[in-house]
Write a protein that binds this ligand. Structure first.
Ligand SMILES: Cc1ncc(COP(=O)(O)O)c(C=O)c1O
Length: 475
């Protein structure tokens, strides 16, 4: 064996050891969730300066250890800050292999394995949605998938757009719920519709779009001479975790001839569970769907499927047919490049494929059921304790709540909201400072609200109780 091979082997063995130790620590909930440093302190600890003379492969393990030491441990059982959590060893290896094979997903010729794997996964996801003749492509995240779906809807409604762009008389307008993800409004902005062209439809007390409000808004926009073309229902809203009533919304979009998109970035994974898939009843009536396996399914970021009910929609919208890349040979039908906003594209499909092979449909179903069960359990434990107040009825895997210390509990109405708002910010900051928990907050009904996210099935009752105790102790 050459000495270079030995050095590389030692490097990879060291990296593998570091990886398994990190996974083990996080699974056991050992160590802090985060070591909080100011940007200046962190900059010093990382020694960011780039050397004039290379340090050689010997420095890589030290860099890796340092990176992990100061990173947020998103695989930790006490990380509940984002809509993802945990760590899947099979998917991590898939990610490594994607880097090792280092190719780009535009043509079958350049990425034969990635292409077939991606197509198989898209078929599988489309089966769960009910898009029996569907297609799709992977994208760098839910935001980009949402954008692609807005563009596809715009293409269908205004077929001249690809050549001419928007005409002054087009006046497109789209509809999303007021609790939808901001990426949809941004997609409108990128699509030349502007934020004024995106109508935010009112939600009910759970956070679900009100179909009757949607119908009213559409009529009102038509009366202004604008052209409605796109409605997005959200399956799993970012803060409340609510599921918009898709079948009722589909009744509206079908009668109005509008494109129905489902932003299932977060909640589409509920389709994997026989118990939970009813939350998306009617989703097969949509025209497009975004589904992020990098959220509930625990695959490392990014893994986002852009799904279309009708074959050809993406290429019709985005295809540019560059002949230096797509040579028109017999494999061309497999080239995914003209379905994508990107040219060079990572092989994101591999990690999900590895994970699916290991877990199967049943393993994913168990995971999703465990996450829904964990959120319900957290709520139950919370409601046993005085001072905690559920802010939204829990539908998905988020629990939105506030806490008030006993001395302040007599307060009423807006004064109480004010106390809870201040307490939420202070408690959250203290937990993050200690590194004991990372739990996020958002503004709901005008005041800061804790958002617990069940994202890591390894998080147990002990962690849930410890979070409630830490909140009580921090106040
Ligand atoms: C409902 C919803 N849609 C879209 C997104 C955007 O996804 P990404 O962060 O992958 O761009 C998010 C992210 O949290 C989300 O919650």
């Amino acid at each position: 064996m050459s000495s270079q091979t030995e050095t590389i082997e030692a490097l990879f063995e060291g990296a593998a050891r570091l990886a398994s130790e990190t996974l083990e620590e996080n699974r056991a909930g050992r160590g802090p969730v985060v070591r909080r440093l100011s940007p200046e302190e962190l900059g010093r600890a990382l020694e960011l300066e780039l050397p004039a003379e290379g340090r050689g492969l010997e420095c890589v393990l030290e860099l890796a250890a340092k990176t992990l030491r100061y990173s947020v441990q998103t695989g930790h059982t006490r990380f509940t800050n984002q809509l993802f959590g945990g760590a899947d060893p099979a998917a991590i290896v898939g990610e490594w292999i994607a880097a090792l094979s280092n190719t780009s997903m535009y043509t079958f010729e350049a990425a034969p394995v990635g292409t077939l794997v991606e197509l198989a996964l898209l078929d599988k996801l489309n089966d769960f949605v009910g898009f029996s003749e569907g297609e799709g492509v992977f994208a760098p995240g839910g935001s980009i998938s949402n954008l692609m779906c807005v563009l596809a809807a715009r293409q269908r409604a205004f077929p001249h757009i690809k050549r001419e762009g928007l005409r002054p008389e087009d006046r497109p307008v789209m509809f999303v719920s007021e609790e939808s993800h901001y990426s949809l409004e941004r997609a409108g902005l990128v699509a030349g519709i502007g934020t004024d062209g995106t109508v935010l439809v009112a939600v009910d007390e759970v956070g679900r779009m009100r179909p009757e409000e949607l119908e009213r808004s559409i009529a009102s926009e038509r009366a202004k001479g604008r052209t409605p073309f796109f409605v997005a229902a959200t399956a799993g809203t970012t803060v409340a975790g609510a599921f918009d009533p898709i079948a009722d919304i589909a009744d509206v979009t079908e009668s109005q001839g509008l494109w129905l998109h489902i932003d299932g970035s977060y909640g589409a994974s509920a389709l994997l569970s026989r118990r939970q898939r009813g939350l998306l009843a009617g989703c097969d009536r949509a025209d497009s769907m975004t589904w992020n396996p990098h959220k509930m399914m625990g695959v490392p970021i990014s893994s986002s499927a852009t799904l279309m009910r009708t074959k050809g929609s993406l290429e019709e919208t985005l295809g540019m047919h560059a002949d230096y890349l797509f040579h028109g040979n017999s494999d061309n039908a497999y080239d995914l490049g003209d379905r994508s906003l990107q040219c060079g594209r990572r092989v994101d499909a591999l990690k999900l494929w590895f994970s699916w092979q290991v877990q199967g449909d049943r393993g994913f179903e168990e995971r999703i059921d465990a996450l829904f069960g964990q959120a319900a359990r957290f709520r139950e434990l919370m409601e046993e304790r005085p001072g905690f107040r559920l802010i939204r009825e829990q539908e998905g895997t988020n629990v939105c709540f506030r806490y008030l210390h006993r001395e302040k509990r007599g307060a009423e109405g807006s004064e109480r909201d004010l106390h809870e708002h201040a307490a939420t910010l202070a408690i959250r900051a203290q937990l993050a400072e200690e590194g004991s928990f990372l739990v996020n907050y958002a503004s709901l009904d005008g005041a800061a609200t804790f958002r617990f996210v069940a994202a890591n099935p390894e998080t147990g009752d002990e962690d849930l109780t410890a979070l409630l105790e830490a909140i009580e102790a921090a106040d």
